[in-house]
Design a protein around this ligand. Structure first.
Ligand code: F6P
Length: 506
């Protein structure tokens, strides 16, 4: 075993073997806990004090981070080195917000300028009086823009945006029913410009426009892609192709031209504020020591619960209607990045990979799934995300109730309440972290998303995973392609019967 690997194993042994005091015991033993485990960064309060991370465990994880080479990996990512080793690529999403190698930042700025020029032209009615933007993409080409527009675009009267991802025609029909085809711009978002669902949805949207009498539907298409040649070959005019770099991963791409519908709906200034907020978090991740580094402390807590306490899931609850899409955004970011069974250098992983991310919106979730969190047999680390400033204009009572409920849940999970009656007994000692934004705006949302990206990266490095590939999605795509085209003989009896029953056998 090499030096770093041996150190890593020794660090894990120390972490695995550490005592397991309760949260109440930890608070008593560490009176200064809040000052160490609550950080204020980029307009956001992060509080990990209600987790089981003791001062000793934090020392252990900090040593593990060193043994795993977290600082070197982080610096290599920012420097544009090929940290995506299995695909031989850099991971340059930070360059999109100005934090990367000078060449990658320059390239990103030029591409943003091109995007801005096109937005200016659309605003100046160069494509006619556009009111609707139909954005078609899936996975990383949809979840990010959807989150941004839903979170920040509610009061905007600029453009009405629909993000359609599912190949189920019902999704597209919903947008068709809302939009006037003669006032619609079609944004086709696909890093590869080959994704089956996206290309089929795009063809149907063009047909919808043509059938409604739009003279030149192709003249209303904007392509957002890292494969500009592919988009041009497909029929999009080169002047309306907004490229982004191949080294920006799909689930890290909302900062690039994939963010086009958000920049249109929110305005260019808001989009720039989003990038600046993310850049502030990039600088924090690059410069803060591990013990005061928000993404790294979050990763320590994630690793503790997944690796030591055997938690197979983690739950995120947005106590803010505007952030209702955050859990599904995080599901792709965290599970597609770190749901792997091999290390970056090709060995089988000898510890669990990322837990399952799930969640919902508070207060709704309290009346649906919190029963299990309080009294079920599974230990689930919970994360609360809220904003101090309300996002609505109703009487203060609403927001007050929202925040009170959020804080009450964290307190209840930790404190529990003993009862002689087993059905009414709350064990307590259940961990939660709280992320409290001063207000939800482009800058804090940018910082929040960048925080999650770096947390995912820190987790990956400390378990030895490459977070930037996703080979696990390929097999299903290949099989889907072959169904109908090759007959059904190669499939198992159950799949054959389902295909036949639905009349897809060909
Ligand atoms: O199948 C998974 C995936 O490749 C994601 O990683 C990606 O975000 C999504 O599909 C969409 O891919 P594309 O942007 O190339 O259409």
């Amino acid at each position: 075993m090499g030096g770093a690997a041996a150190n890593g194993a020794a660090n894990w042994a120390a972490i695995d073997g550490a005592g397991r005091p309760t949260l109440a015991e930890i608070f008593t033993a560490e009176p200064d806990r809040l000052s160490r485990l609550a950080l204020d960064e980029a307009g956001i309060r992060f509080d990990w004090s209600k987790t089981h991370l003791t001062a000793g465990l934090i020392d252990g994880f900090a040593a593990l981070a060193d043994a795993a080479g977290l600082a070197g990996a982080r610096d290599a990512m920012f420097a544009g080195k090929p940290v995506n080793v299995t695909e031989g690529r850099a991971a340059e999403h930070c360059a999109e917000r100005g934090e990367g190698s000078p060449e990658s930042v320059m390239r990103a700025r030029a591409l943003h300028a091109r995007m801005r020029a096109l937005i200016d032209a659309i605003e100046a009615d160069a494509f006619g009086p556009i009111r609707h933007v139909l954005h078609i993409g899936i996975g990383g080409s949809a979840l990010g823009p959807d989150l941004l527009v839903d979170a920040l675009g509610r009061d905007s009267n600029r453009y009405d945006v629909a993000i359609v991802s599912n190949v189920d025609g019902a999704a597209l029909e919903e947008a068709f029913a809302r939009f006037d085809p003669s006032a619609t711009l079609l944004a086709i978002a696909s890093k590869t410009f080959t994704t089956t669902e996206t290309m089929l949805n795009a063809e149907s949207a063009i047909e919808w426009m043509a059938e409604a009498g739009v003279e030149d539907p192709f003249g209303r298409i904007v392509a957002l892609t890292a494969a500009p040649d592919q988009a041009v070959a497909w029929g999009v005019d080169e002047t309306r192709v907004l490229p982004f770099s191949e080294s920006v991963g799909g689930r890290y791409s909302l900062w690039s031209s994939i963010g086009f519908p958000a920049a249109l709906a929110l305005g260019w200034n808001a989009f720039e504020e989003l990038l600046e907020g993310a850049a502030a978090m990039d600088r924090h991740f690059r410069l803060a020591p591990w013990r005061a580094n928000a993404p790294v402390l979050a990763a320590f807590a994630d690793l503790y619960y997944a690796q030591v306490r055997g938690c197979e899931t983690r739950a995120v609850f947005a106590y803010d209607e505007r952030l209702r899409l955050l859990p599904s955004y995080l599901q792709q970011l965290e599970m597609e990045s770190n749901g792997k069974r091999a290390t970056a250098d090709g060995r089988p992983l000898d510890r669990p990979s990322a837990p399952i991310t799930w969640g919902g919106v508070g207060t709704d979730a309290q009346h649906a799934v919190f029963q299990l969190l309080h009294q079920g047999t599974h230990l689930v680390p919970v994360e609360f995300v809220a904003a101090i400033e309300p996002g609505d204009a109703l009487a203060e009572d609403h927001h007050r109730q929202l925040l009170i409920n959020c804080f009450a849940q964290g307190a209840a999970l930790m404190a529990g309440r003993a009862s002689e009656d087993a059905a009414r007994d709350y064990p307590g000692d259940r961990p939660s972290s709280t992320i409290l934004l001063d207000r939800l705006d482009p800058s804090t949302l940018g910082a929040l998303i960048a925080f999650y990206e770096h947390r995912t990266f820190a987790n990956a490095v400390m378990i030895g995973i490459n977070p930037f590939d996703q080979f696990g999605v390929e097999l299903g795509k290949e099989i889907a392609r072959s169904i109908g085209s090759e007959g059904t003989a190669r499939f198992d009896a159950s799949t054959r019967a389902l295909i036949d029953r639905a009349g897809l056998g060909g």
